[in-house]
Design a protein around this ligand. Sequence first.
Ligand code: MRU
Length: 366
Amino acid sequence: MKVGARGYRSIWLAEDGWAVEIIDQTRLPHDFVTRRLETLDEAATAIRDMWVRGAPLIGATAAYGLALALRADASEASLERAAQVLLDTRPTAVNLNWAIDDLLARLRPAAEAARAGLAYARAREICDEDVATNHAIGGHGLGLIRAAWEAAERARPVNLLTHCNAGWLATVDWGTALAPIYLAHDEGIPVHVWVDETRPRNQGAGLTAWELGEHGVAHTVIVDNAGGHLMQRGRVDLCITGTDRTTAAGDVCNKIGTYLKALAAHDNGVPFYVALPGPTIDWTIEDGLAEIPIEERAGAEVAEVTGMTAEGHITSVRITPENSPLGNFAFDVTPARLITGLITERGVCPASREGLLALYPERHNQ
Ligand code: MRU
C-alpha cells in the first residue's frame, strides 16, 4: 500500500539482498521509521516487542528470521535452535507455527550449504503468497460490502466496525479485515469505518486509523466500549475483524475485546464476519476456549498509555495507581456460534467444521 507517494510492503529484503527491513510499528502513527534486521535475535525481538505484529506478518518475519540464522550458521543445531527461539516469541498467532513448520520440513532434509538460500526463497514466497491471499480475501469480502450498500439502496455510506489492526500492517500487504474495505473504497462504494481504539496497545487508534487515513478511507476512532451503543442505534451495518488462530470448528481467537463486539453484534442482529488466510486455521484443534494459548503480556501496557506530546516527543504516562495489580490478557476467543461467516481466500463460509471443510476439502482426513 502507499505511504505518501511510495508503495510499501510491511516487510522486504534490503538492497544488499540479505538483511530484512520492516516498518517499526511501535512508532506509528507519529513517526514512519523503518528498521533493518540482520540477525535471528533481532528478528525475534522485532516479533516479541511488536515492532512487527499481526498474525500473517509474524509468520513472514519468523520465516526471514530463520533465513538470517542460517546465513550465520546453517548447521542442524542452529536450525533447531533458531526455530525454538522464534516459536518462543509469541504464543497465540498460529501463523508463526505454520511458517516455522513449513520451513523446517523443507530445510531439515536439505544439504547444509543449500539451507540459507532455500530459506530466503521460501520466506520470499510466503510473503508473495500472503499478498495474493489477502487480495483474494478482499475480493470475497467486497461482495458483502456491496450487498450492504445495495441493501441501503445506495443512499448512504456502508458503516463497518473493526477491532485491532487487521490491515496491511498486520500482513505483508492489503490486510485481511481491511482488504475488502480498501477494495470497496477503490471501487467507489462509500464506506465509513468505526475503528475500535483497542487498548492496551491501541492498534486501532494508532495503526488502523493511520492506514485508513493514508488510503483516504472515511473513519472514526471510538473507545473500545462504544461499539454496543452504535450497534443498538443501527449505526453499524457490518463488523469485520481479523484472527490470530481459528479452530477447525470455526472458533476465532483475536485481539482482546473481539468477543464482546461479537456478543453485541449478536444481540443487535449485526452481521459479524472474520477475515482470515488459510495459514491462520489451526486444523489440529476444535475447541478454542480450551485449546488456544492466550498470551499474557507485561502489565506496563495496561498501566501506561503512549502518545506524542505537544512538543513532538513520544512518551508514556502512567494512568493507574502505582501499586495496583495489573492483568494484560492479549486475546480472547469468540465461539463459532456468534460468527456470521468466515471470509477466506477461497470464499465465504459458515464458521463451522463443515463450512471450512467445504472450502478446504484437502483437510478432510485431519
Ligand atoms: O497483538 P497483535 O497486534 O499482534 O494482534 C493482532 C490481531 O489481533 C489481529 O487482529 C490479527 O493478528 C489478525 S491480522 C490480519
